[in-house]
Design a protein around this ligand. Structure first.
Ligand SMILES: Cc1cc2nc3c(=O)[nH]c(=O)nc-3n(C[C@H](O)[C@H](O)[C@H](O)COP(=O)(O)O)c2cc1C
Length: 298
C-alpha cells in the first residue's frame, strides 16, 4: 500500500504544486534551522488517503514513498486529451455491447489479468481500493452457479401456480408484475430453454468475474459499477465480449452461504458480476438510446 514518506529536499524545486494539489493539506513550506525554505510532508493523524496526486504532479520526482510500484510514465501523459480524440472514444463507447453468444474458446489468463488491471485503476470513493475479485474459469463451477440461480426461478414458477392463494401475502407494489401472465410466460420459457441446454445466466461464457467489497454506503455500489465499466471497455479492446450479470449479482447479494462457498469474506458483499468470452458475432451498428432528459440550471 502506497505510503508517502518524505520530500527529497535535494531535488525538490519548491514549486509548491504538492501543497496545492494535496486535498488534505499534508505538505507545507517551512524554514530549516539555517532559514532555508523547504517543503515538508507531515501526517501525524494519518489523513493521507494514498491518492498519489503529490507524486503524480511533482516535476522532479522528489516525493519519497514506500509500499507501491513506480508510477506509470509515458509520453503524452501531460495531455490526456490527445491520447484519444473524443470522436474515437465515443465510437468505443457506442460500440460496447452486452454479449450473450460466445465461441467455445477459453480466454487467455493474460487477457483476464489485463481486464483486472483496468478494473484496478478505477476510482473509488475516498480512494478506498477495497475491491476484490473472484475469477471463475472452471466450467463445472460456472454451470453449478448458473443452475442455482435458475432453480430460484423454477421455485418461483412453482409458487406462482398457487398464486391466487399467495395473493394476500404479496406486497402490493410487486403484485401486478409478479402475478402477470407475462411473468408466468417468461418463467415457463426460462424452464423450457434451460431444459434444452441453454445457460440463461452466464450464456456458456468461459469466464465469470465476481467483484466483492466491504459494504460502506451507496459508494460501494458506485465503486463496483465504475470498476466493471473499466473492465468492459478493457475487454472490448482485447477482442473480448462482456456482459454484466445482474441476476448473479443479486443472487450473491442475498445468499451469504454461496458467497462463503466462493470465498467471499463475511464483511464483504457482491457489487458486480461480469462474464467474458470471445464473441460469436460482431455487431454491425450501434443502437440508439432513449432521448436524454436533462434539466439545465444556469
Ligand atoms: C447493472 C446491470 C445488470 C445487468 N444484468 C444483466 C443480466 O442479468 N443478464 C443479461 O443478460 N444482461 C444484463 N445486463 C445487460 C443489459 O441488459 C444491457 O446492458 C442493456 O440491455 C443494454 O444493452 P447493451 O449493453 O448491449 O448496450 C445488465 C446490465 C447492467 C448495467
Amino acid at each position: 500500500m502506497l505510503k508517502i514518506q518524505n520530500v527529497n529536499t535535494e531535488i525538490c524545486i519548491k514549486c509548491k504544486k504538492c501543497i496545492d494539489i494535496c486535498l488534505v493539506k499534508l505538505f507545507s513550506l517551512e524554514k530549516d534551522e539555517k532559514g532555508n525554505k523547504k517543503i515538508v510532508f507531515s501526517d501525524p493523524y494519518k489523513f493521507c488517503f494514498r491518492c498519489g496526486h503529490c507524486l503524480s504532479i511533482c516535476p522532479t520526482n522528489a516525493i519519497e514513498y514506500t509500499g507501491a510500484e513506480k508510477p506509470l510514465e509515458f509520453d503524452g501523459i501531460k495531455n490526456p486529451e490527445k491520447i484519444i480524440a473524443f470522436e474515437d472514444l465515443f465510437k468505443v463507447i457506442r460500440s460496447r455491447r452486452t454479449h450473450r453468444c460466445f465461441l467455445d474458446k477459453e480466454v487467455e489468463k493474460e487477457k483476464i489479468e489485463k481486464v483486472l488491471e483496468a478494473m484496478r485503476y478505477a476510482p473509488t470513493a475516498s480512494n478506498r481500493q477495497r475491491q476484490s475479485f473472484i475469477v471463475i474459469t472452471n466450467k463445472e463451477i460456472i454451470a453449478e452457479f448458473s443452475s442455482r440461480i435458475m432453480n430460484f426461478f423454477f421455485k418461483l414458477e412453482s409458487l406462482l401456480k398457487i398464486r391466487f392463494l399467495l395473493y394476500p401475502f404479496v406486497p402490493k407494489g410487486v403484485r401486478r408484475r409478479l402475478m402477470s401472465k407475462k411473468t408466468k410466460f417468461q418463467l415457463e420459457s426460462y424452464r423450457k430453454r434451460t431444459l434444452e441446454g441453454e445457460d440463461l445466466v452466464f450464456y456458456h461464457a468461459p469466464c465469470v468475474i465476481v467483484l466483492h467489497a466491504p459494504s460502506y454506503s451507496q459508494m460501494s455500489a458506485s465503486d463496483g459499477g465504475i470498476a466493471l465499466t473499466h473492465g468492459m471497455f478493457a475487454a472490448q479492446s482485447l477482442g473480448l465480449g462482456t456482459a454484466w450479470i445482474g441476476f448473479a449479482q443479486e443472487y450473491l447479494w442475498r445468499n451469504k452461504r454461496y458467497r462463503k462457498k466462493l470465498g467471499i469474506p463475511d464483511r464483504n458483499n457482491c457489487y458486480g458480476v461480469l462474464i467474458l468470452g470471445y464473441p460469436k458475432y460482431h455487431f454491425e451498428r450501434a443502437p440508439s438510446r432513449r432521448e436524454l432528459k436533462v434539466k439545465w440550471i444556469e
